[in-house]
Design a protein around this ligand. Structure first.
Ligand code: PMP
Length: 352
């Protein structure tokens, strides 16, 4: 979801942005209007996430998935080895891709949990090879509904994190990470924009066959404008970031997200019709996974909910079940409506 205020602002400016007589969709990459939009977007993100000056920000295309390749190509510099923690489908994809470029090992995995990936691994510094160029984790596991509630200690090894489904959902200490990446479409905007926040000292060691469109140093030298960036997507992200700032920043996002998540988890914990299969210590605030225990009932639930305007409640096709994604713009009332529906559904569909 996007905040209604953002949609309304975009609507207002749809045909003519400011006094330009052009839509943002029509403005040129070299125009003063776009230069300002890009600068404002970076400024808003820096302010919102409290990003220090020794971190650079890239606004890219290709989704978080392109970063699965760009990260090893740029960061496997000294020893050509990196350690990956597997906590779900996207960390597995990142690992599979990185293996093409160096000596990559799985330092820890929650794949063997029951059900698989229903928790996140708890790691300690000694789990990582001292000569690893970086350690990679996925902070919020969108498909499985788990989240890291701690930041792994990797000592001096740079920690690389995929924050696609939790970025800007709460304050985080950027300085704990060497590189943060996220696609924008969950909490920051719309599909088509990827943000990379990278510490200065990690830039400039890309392997020689790195495609130009993935070479952080080159892309930064061009301030994300080596080629035509996704102009409209950056504009929407600017509006979303400014919206977050205007309502109280990441502290407020956290307060709202915790309130929504508590409503749903408290309901799940207080009844026996639905099961929340995720380890309580690792529950995601943004993706809440639950099941009825009967695949056909799960499908019926998703279909009937959709009839009432609550769409996308089916779990990810790879694991089935049900999943409520409650990103920043989802209002509390939306979760109240879902819980009311869940109560009714349980009453009307007794399990035999
Ligand atoms: N990582 C995570 C945690 C995700 O949730 C997603 C998208 N659902 C991706 C990576 C892939 O992102 P994209 O589709 O933008 O490549």
């Amino acid at each position: 979801m996007l905040p209604m205020e953002v949609l309304e602002r975009a609507q207002l400016e749809m045909i003519s942005y400011r006094d330009s007589g052009m839509s943002v969709m029509e403005i040129e990459v070299g125009s003063p209007e776009f230069k300002e939009i890009l600068a404002d977007t970076e400024e808003a993100l820096r302010k919102l996430m409290n990003i220090p000056a020794n971190y650079r920000i890239l606004f890219l295309q290709g989704g978080a998935s392109t970063q699965f390749s760009a990260i090893p190509m740029n960061l496997l510099s000294s020893h050509k080895c990196a350690d990956y923690v597997l906590s779900g489908q996207f960390s597995k994809r990142a690992y599979d891709e990185a293996k093409k470029y160096g000596d990559i090992v799985i330092a820890a995995s929650s794949g063997g949990a029951s059900p698989a990936f229903s928790t996140v691994p708890i790691t300690k510094r000694s789990d990582f090879r001292p000569d690893a160029d970086y350690v990679h984790i996925c902070m919020n596991n969108t498909v499985y509904g788990t989240k890291y509630h701690y930041i792994p200690d990797t000592g001096n090894i740079p920690l690389v994190v995929n924050m696609s489904s939790c970025i800007c959902s709460e304050p985080i200490d950027v300085t704990k990470f060497g590189l943060i990446y996220a696609s924008a479409q969950k909490n920051m905007g719309i599909a088509g924009l990827t943000v990379v926040i990278v510490r200065n000292d990690l830039i400039g060691e890309a392997r020689s066959d790195t495609p130009v469109m993935m070479d952080y140093k080159l892309l930064l030298e061009h301030n994300s404008l080596y080629n035509t960036p996704p102009i409209y997507n950056i504009y929407i992200t600017k509006l979303v970031l400014e919206w977050m700032l205007s309502v109280g920043g990441l502290e407020e996002m956290k307060r709202r997200n915790e309130r929504k998540a508590s409503l749903l988890y408290d309901y799940l914990d207080g009844q026996s019709y639905y099961t929340a299969p995720v380890d309580k210590k690792c529950r995601s605030m943004t993706n809440v996974v639950f099941i009825t225990g009967d695949g056909e009932l799960d499908k019926k639930f998703a279909a009937e909910a959709a009839e009432q305007g609550m769409i996308n409640l089916a779990g990810h096709p790879s694991i089935g079940g049900l999943r409520a994604s409650m990103y920043n713009a989802m209002p509390y009332e939306g979760v109240e409506k879902l819980v009311a529906f869940m109560k009714n559904f349980a009453k009307n569909n007794p399990r035999l």
